[in-house]
Design a protein around this ligand. Structure first.
Ligand SMILES: C[S@@+](CC[C@H](N)C(=O)[O-])C[C@H]1O[C@@H](n2cnc3c(N)ncnc32)[C@H](O)[C@@H]1O
Length: 425
């Protein structure tokens, strides 16, 4: 636990200084190849868990300290250790003992040894009262999200805001998409059950697992029989309404989950675009594993001229960059990295991308606008202002649904997503 606890504290400190958790973890893992698979999993759990509960942990630490702690490394070590003591079943003596050893041996802060020991032991003595007090200390502590986020959800979802916040602090479900070119959902469910993995059918091509598992345990994963994809994300391909032979643009494609799903459903002339060349390589890898083909291009969806040959597309998938507020339980760092002003910036960037892509769509063609956000500025309001700017655009009913647009809220089956299908008149 020593390494995992120390590295998790380092990761949390870097996130709180503004860095992305996945990138930080990848860097730490490549710098420490000696970590066992168990230590790697523990590092992930401790970093994710601490950030998931950072609102409450910060309030608890504040209540335990007589004056603010200046040393950020010690502060983050205490946050990780408090997470372990408050939310995991790790024996408390091991957590305290390790934290004290990290303070002295790894951080070389012998002078802080007594403080770390005292804070953690004090927490253990007053655990229940401190947890109860944290729930009343502030909404940030109570709901585990920044205040502006809580306020925005309360305003936009008067009936559901607390549920959305609670879901944002839970562990996400794991869903699979069966490659229907190679297998049926029922046949793959049988394979899973033979491998001792329980799940149930979800939507048209999906399976919801009872418990998350490592991908290398999934039968036929490397041979392309199945992909990991959230149930909400799996709606995109069927909503875009593609048929064989269509010329399709996936404008923000990486890592390629929806690109691959489209190609599993129909024979398409598909261009997969992304402005990030490293991320586009993930699309290529995914397509290779699944035995699928697309033209993968590095390019800016907001500026089509350099990469577009001028031939209009019949279908466009615009899975635009967004706040990711609908997938926060998968990326708990997002809650603390985003600023309220980012939402307006995302909305402005999305509008530019939408306007540019509209020029690339043929008359009679359809564009599916997608975000993994729950904020109206990026979703219904974005589409309403697009319709005002473009007299040649019409919002179509979503195939197989009564709604004109669809705001999925995170639940036990899927993440939060927004879908709107626009037709060019
Ligand atoms: C929500 S993710 C897409 C997820 C993907 N559709 C999938 O299902 O796997 C958004 C993607 O948009 C890309 N992106 C952001 N701004 C872009 C731009 N101006 N042009 C093209 N791609 C962009 C990002 O690099 C990121 O890969």
């Amino acid at each position: 636990m020593l390494d995992a606890q120390r590295l998790a504290a380092l990761a949390v400190a870097q996130v709180l200084a503004g860095r992305n958790l996945n990138q930080v973890l990848q860097k730490e893992l490549s710098r420490h190849p000696q970590l066992t698979p168990q230590q790697r999993a523990l590092l992930q759990d401790l970093s994710y868990g601490t950030l998931r509960h950072y609102g409450a942990l910060r309030a608890i630490l504040g209540a335990l300290l007589q004056k603010p702690l200046q040393d950020e490394n010690i502060r983050c070590l205490l946050l990780v250790a408090l997470y372990q003591l408050a939310y995991t079943r790790t024996p408390s003596h091991a957590v305290v003992d390790h934290a004290v050893r990290v303070t002295v041996q790894a951080l070389r802060k012998t002078s802080a040894k007594g403080l770390v020991n005292a804070i953690l032991r004090n927490f253990l003595r007053r655990r229940e009262a401190l947890l109860a007090d944290a729930a009343c200390a502030s909404e940030e502590a109570r709901y585990g999200h920044p205040q502006w986020w809580v306020d925005k959800l309360r305003l936009q979802y008067p009936d559901h805001w607390e549920d959305i916040l609670a879901r944002g602090n839970q562990h996400p479900p794991m869903a699979l998409r069966v490659n229907r070119r190679l297998n049926s959902v029922e046949a793959y469910l049988d394979e899973l059950s033979q491998a001792g993995i329980a799940g149930r059918v979800l939507g048209q091509s999906g399976i919801l697992l009872q418990q998350p598992v490592a991908v290398d345990r999934l039968p036929g994963f490397s041979a392309g029989h199945v992909s990991v994809q959230d149930g909400g994300a799996q709606l995109a391909a069927s909503l875009l309404d593609v048929t064989d032979g269509m010329r399709v643009l996936d404008a923000c494609s990486a890592p390629g989950g929806k690109t691959a799903h489209l190609l599993e459903l129909a024979e398409l002339d598909l261009t997969a675009l992304d402005h990030d060349s490293k991320r586009l390589r993930k699309v290529e890898q995914n397509l290779r594993r699944l035995g699928l083909k697309a033209a993968c291009l590095v390019g800016d969806a907001a500026d089509p001229e350099p990469w577009w040959d001028g031939k209009p597309f019949q279908r466009i998938l615009a899975d635009v960059p967004c706040s990711a507020s609908g997938v926060v339980r998968r990326h708990p760092d997002i809650k603390w990295l985003r600023r309220e002003s980012d939402i307006a910036q995302f909305a402005a960037q999305q509008a530019v991308i939408l306007d540019a892509l509209w020029r690339c769509l043929e008359q009679g063609g359809k564009l599916l606008y997608v975000t993994c956000s729950v904020f109206a500025e990026e979703n219904s309001r974005q589409v309403a202002s697009f319709l005002q700017r473009h007299a040649d655009a019409e919002l179509l009913p979503l195939p197989g649904r009564v709604e004109r647009d669809l705001q999925l809220l995170p639940d036990q089956e899927h993440d939060g997503f927004y879908y709107a299908l626009l037709a060019k008149l």
